[in-house]
Design a protein around this ligand. Structure first.
Ligand SMILES: Cc1cc2nc3c(=O)[nH]c(=O)nc-3n(C[C@H](O)[C@H](O)[C@H](O)COP(=O)(O)OP(=O)(O)OC[C@H]3O[C@@H](n4cnc5c(N)ncnc54)[C@H](O)[C@@H]3O)c2cc1C
Ligand SMILES: NC(=O)c1ccc[n+]([C@@H]2O[C@H](COP(=O)([O-])OP(=O)(O)OC[C@H]3O[C@@H](n4cnc5c(N)ncnc54)[C@H](OP(=O)(O)O)[C@@H]3O)[C@@H](O)[C@H]2O)c1
Length: 280
């Protein structure tokens, strides 16, 4: 038997015709969970006369017991996705079925294998809606007054897909205002289709998000190294990635030569510098 919660949609914000931020509240309240987890959402699919379930990352963090938040793409190609097509018909007040939050791939590393606190810089890499778990991270680190350095990198094809630009810019500005000893946070975005007319106002970094890690041929330093003011290594940085397998592979390829290994392929002493969740 699948253990599920009945829940109601309380907020829908259409960012564009195929991208939505939504909030959902379980009938019996938000249960305890860990920041960075995902859950399944089930919707009745009329043509199939059954409930179909899909996984969605939680953009809300564990400290928020008011609602679950998601950022979801309507999948249209090559054929309309079964669940997302129905999901985009939902309105405030409609009911969905939620599984309980699960998944360890993007849980925040708090301890090193030697038992010491993991105080390394945190770099989060989100491709498209793969930003979702890192919105949860940002809220979590902010609300728990975490003093670690946090950098969020987001990649999108179009400027209106920078779904949490306002929130993340506000957190970045707050860091400048309060000082990095109080709140050490940076947000950078890259647009992968800069030549398209719709993106004509974009003057920031271009290319897919993994290009933040590509070292310059002359200096050997990547845009991320330049940003933090030192060469990132697995001793000073842990990298979390969520997105297409190509995004994950691209980051791993750039960082592998610096000794970064993933949690799945830990070093003999149990250490690792990369955690990821693939779109699968
Ligand atoms: C851990 C995890 C977290 C996730 N988090 C998010 C998230 O935060 N936000 C988000 O937007 N998504 C997320 N996803 C993706 C999500 O689970 C779904 O895969 C996605 O929403 C598509 O579901 P769907 O039912 O609409 O599409 P499906 O019906 O499952 O279709 C999937 C793909 O197959 C294609 N397809 C369908 N039928 C056919 C056919 N007959 N022939 C050829 N191709 C076909 C569709 O065009 C589509 O490209 C996550 C996935 C995982 C594993
Ligand atoms: N945790 C998860 O598993 C998870 C989380 C969120 C979403 N998803 C699912 O992932 C799918 C697409 O997500 P999306 O719509 O958010 O992405 P998207 O907006 O289509 O793309 C986001 C970024 O990824 C780039 N990209 C596209 N294909 C790539 C590839 N093969 N390798 C590397 N980068 C690539 C895009 O570059 P270009 O402009 O060059 O295309 C763009 O910069 C959806 O089906 C969504 O449901 C899964």
């Amino acid at each position: 038997m699948v253990l599920e919660m009945k829940a109601k949609v309380t907020y829908m914000e259409l960012l564009k015709e195929d991208l939505v931020i939504m909030r959902v509240v379980p009938e019996k309240g938000v249960p305890e969970y860990r920041t960075g987890q995902f859950l399944t959402m089930g919707l009745p699919i009329p043509a199939e006369k059954k409930i179909v379930r899909r996984a969605y990352s939680l953009a809300s963090h564990a400290g928020n017991r008011d609602y679950f938040e998601f950022v979801i793409r309507w999948v249209r190609k090559p054929l309309p996705g079964r669940v997302t097509t129905e999901l985009f018909y939902l309105s405030v007040g409609d009911e969905v079925l939620l599984g309980y939050p699960t998944g360890a791939a993007l849980q925040i590393s708090e301890k090193l294998p030697n038992g010491e606190k993991d105080n390394r810089r945190i770099i989060c890499v989100g491709g498209g809606t793969g930003l979702a778990p890192f919105i949860a991270f940002a809220h979590h680190f902010h609300d728990t007054n975490d003093k670690r350095e946090v950098i969020i990198l987001h990649g999108a094809s179009y400027i209106d897909e920078l779904s949490y630009k306002r929130l993340l810019t506000d957190y970045d500005n707050e860091s400048k205002k309060r000082g990095i000893d109080q709140w050490n946070f940076k947000y950078r975005a890259a647009i992968s289709r800069p030549k398209e007319y719709y993106n004509r106002s974009w003057s920031g970094p271009v290319g897919r998000v993994e290009s933040f890690f590509k070292p310059d041929k002359k200096t050997g330093l990547s845009p991320v190294d330049e940003m933090v003011g030192e060469e990132i290594t697995p001793d000073n940085t842990i990298v979390y990635i969520c997105g297409y397998q190509g995004t994950i592979d691209g980051v791993i390829e750039s960082l592998g030569s610096r000794g970064f290994v993933t949690e799945h392929e830990k070093n003999p002493d149990g250490s690792f510098g990369i955690k990821f969740e693939s779109y699968g």
